[in-house]
Design a protein around this ligand. Structure first.
Ligand code: MN
Length: 303
């Protein structure tokens, strides 16, 4: 950072941005920050916080998705055309056509109203968003925007937060899923779940949290013994965790009409190996350690 910045808030935030992604032009981003701060200075969020906290969170999320400088800057400026006096001409003069295009497109798709909950309608609406956006980065800014709004939903009244949560479930969760951004998909889904079906959410989370530690410990043991055997057999594999979202657990319970203790994939290990043959070799070792449940076993390698 060559530019001297007098604001400790900006400096601290820039540190976070740098930690999230190492290849951004921080001077340019600091410029967008100051511009946004100035433009939004009269505004507050419903929580009473200064408005800038919102674009800051959105831009940081975009940085952690490893997006480019233009997109992160657009994240800082994404509400400017809608909520302030700043015009497209001023934005172009200051940041050029690329940033302006992104901000303009986000404003445009934010103005599209989703009316019906019907599935075909939702699908049409998603298509409309994608075609209106023209550039994938626009959708990603919108997803980051929605994520922060969902995280801060408690400051809105019940009716409004329900409407936003429903729209999130119908439109933005499937979009995040389609673009393969699982972390955002899961968080959006669980935040919406908590608002839409609070009783089920509360019951499920309290039950799961109470034995989560026990389960994690058990799974850690399983992982260790698999690693030991793999090493002996000379298999090189990457073993990672996967936690099912609260919503997908609940969804499965509804769909299959089963109880929580009949959902077997709340936590899972994912084993990545090189080739097919090695994959079967690894599977054989796992089966020699743990007896497979025949009726639940699926050969995803062959299929
Ligand atoms: Mn916004």
């Amino acid at each position: 950072m060559t530019e001297t910045t007098e604001s400790p808030v900006l400096n601290e935030w820039l540190q976070d941005v740098r930690k999230a992604s190492g290849r951004l032009d921080l001077d340019y981003i600091a410029h967008a920050y100051r511009f946004s701060e100035q433009a939004h200075r009269q505004q507050q969020r419903k929580s009473g916080e200064v408005y800038l906290t919102h674009p800051m969170a959105v831009a940081l999320e975009l940085a952690s998705l490893r997006l480019d400088t233009t997109t992160v800057a657009a994240g800082l400026l994404h509400d400017i055309l809608e909520d302030t006096e700043v015009t497209e001409e001023q934005l172009t003069e200051e940041f050029g056509p690329a940033v302006t295009f992104l901000v303009e497109s986000v404003t445009k798709i934010s103005g599209l109203e989703f009316q019906s909950r019907e599935e075909a309608q939702a699908e049409n609406f998603r298509k409309m968003l994608i075609s209106t956006a023209r550039d994938l980065r626009v959708i990603l800014i919108k997803l980051a925007d929605r994520l922060h709004n969902m995280r801060t939903l408690e400051h809105l009244n019940r009716r409004r937060s329900e409407r936003i949560a429903q729209e999130t479930m119908d439109i933005y969760v499937p979009l995040a899923h389609r673009f393969g951004i699982n972390r955002i998909k899961t968080e959006l889904e669980d935040l919406a779940f908590a608002v839409l079906i609070p009783d089920a959410y509360g019951k499920l989370t309290s039950t799961l949290e109470s034995d989560k530690r026990k389960k994690m410990k058990a799974l850690g043991g399983v992982r260790k013994s698999i690693q030991r055997e793999f090493k002996e057999a000379g298999i090189r594999a990457e073993i990672s965790w996967r936690l099912k979202s609260y919503y997908s657990i609940w969804n499965k319970m509804q769909r299959r009409d089963v109880e929580l203790d009949e959902v077997y994939d709340i936590m899972a290990l994912r084993i990545l190996t090189g080739e097919n043959a090695e994959c079967y070799h690894a599977l054989g070792i796992v089966h020699s350690l743990f007896v497979p449940i025949t009726e639940r076993f699926k050969d995803f390698i062959a299929r």
